[in-house]
Design a binder for this molecule. Structure first.
Ligand SMILES: Nc1nc2c(ncn2[C@@H]2O[C@H](COP(=O)(O)OP(=O)(O)OP(=O)(O)O)[C@@H](O)[C@H]2O)c(=O)[nH]1
Ligand SMILES: [Mg+2]
Length: 341
């Protein structure tokens, strides 16, 4: 998310008043004293008020509208920042912006009303305006701090492309999920924080026939049974459901990962039921698995369609096929395909 940082009130006012002074000093000097004083004073009021109001307006406008956000981001944003506090800060910015504009109008009116012989009063009106604007802006410091904290966190959110077909990688720890993400995707995966887990998401892109697909590895989330998750992890998974078009489930038939095959299959069934999307089962570590282990895995997962060399590109095609189908949920919902790699 592309959000700016607001300066503290003191800096914000410094900039506003400096700009006002500069622009007024660059104005052509008028011969008539009153006219000259009036036009310069109006300029200072206008420039300083417009700077403050403009910055506050821009801040409000660039903040994402929750209602227009993809549900995945809505949940992620709500977990990442203190939304109430941030919206409150934005409310104060809006109110201050409106007041600054009102004050501007009022003080310009006062300057305009000055009569012959009252030119010297113009500067006093500007001073009064600066004082009022200053005390309004100074009240914002806590809100500026809160807003900047939220903006910083939002800027760090993972750059997930929610319009892109997406597969989530699942499976017990150490089964080879990250390895498979690396094998299926072209460049180095993007590593990003995800508020629901202390571990980082890994996001990769799979390109096939000029189409791009997204693969996300979610360490610490889809690598344990439902009953072992805490509340926050459950929330993280609920958010992922808005993204997932398919699941690539990685199984280690050797149990080298420390989890027996039966447990792994059970976790896969859970993920399938929970997400309601096609699940592609991948039997990994075929190079070190015994024939017996492979047979057992294939039997437990359904018919292994492809084995041996070329399996990675076949799996790639399969992921693409599943993700590329608009009605994949319908077509594949009840099917489970397994591959050995
Ligand atoms: N022999 C063999 N080892 C593999 C294969 N795939 C992964 N490994 C190894 O298995 C270990 C775990 O691989 P990772 O890709 O880190 O597994 P992971 O599922 O991402 O692990 P966590 O992130 O801890 O859940 C590493 O030592 C890998 O080198 C494979 O096909 N064959
Ligand atoms: Mg990993």
């Amino acid at each position: 998310m592309n959000l700016g940082t607001l300066p503290k009130s003191k800096d914000l006012l410094d900039i506003a008043f400096r700009r006002a002074r500069k622009e007024a000093s660059q104005m052509k000097r008028l011969r008539a004293h009153l006219k000259n004083e009036k036009s310069k004073s109006i300029k200072r009021i206008e420039v300083s008020a417009n700077y403050v109001a403009g910055l506050l307006k821009k801040t409000g406008e660039e903040f994402p509208k929750m209602k227009e956000m993809n549900p995945f981001y809505q949940e992620l944003v709500a977990e990442t920042i203190d939304l109430d506090q941030t919206l409150k800060a934005l409310g104060h910015f809006r109110a201050t912006k409106n007041l600054a504009i009102k004050l501007k109008g009022k003080h310009i009116g006062l300057v305009k009303a000055l009569k012959k012989g009252e030119g010297h009063k113009a500067q006093g009106i500007v001073k009064q305006f600066y004082g009022r604007l200053g005390s309004l802006v100074k009240k914002l410091d806590k809100n500026i701090e809160n807003y900047n904290r939220a903006a910083r966190k939002l800027r760090e959110l993972p750059k997930i492309k929610y319009e892109m077909p997406t597969a989530i990688i699942a499976g017990y720890p150490n089964t080879g999920k990250s390895t498979i993400l690396g094998r299926l995707t072209s460049s180095e995966p993007q590593i990003a924080s995800y508020a629901f887990t202390t571990q980082k998401l890994q996001i990769g892109y799979l390109i096939h026939n000029y189409l791009k697909f997204q693969l996300i590895d979610t360490p610490g989330l889809l690598d344990k049974p439902l009953g072992k998750r805490n509340k926050i992890e459950n929330k993280g998974i609920a958010a992922l459901k808005h993204l997932a078009n398919a699941i690539v489930f990685v199984v280690d038939p050797t149990s080298q990962c420390g989890f027996p095959l039966e447990k792994q299959v059970k976790l896969m069934e859970e993920a399938k039921a929970e997400f309601g999307v096609p699940v592609l089962a991948v039997v990994n570590k075929a190079d070190i698995a015994s024939e017996e282990e492979m047979e057992k895995a294939k039997k437990a997962l359904g018919k292994a369609l492809i084995e041996g060399k070329g399996v990675e590109s076949a799996l790639k095609e399969e992921v693409v096929k599943v993700l590329g189908k608009e009605d994949n949920a319908k077509t594949f919902k009840n099917s489970m395909q397994s591959y050995c790699i």
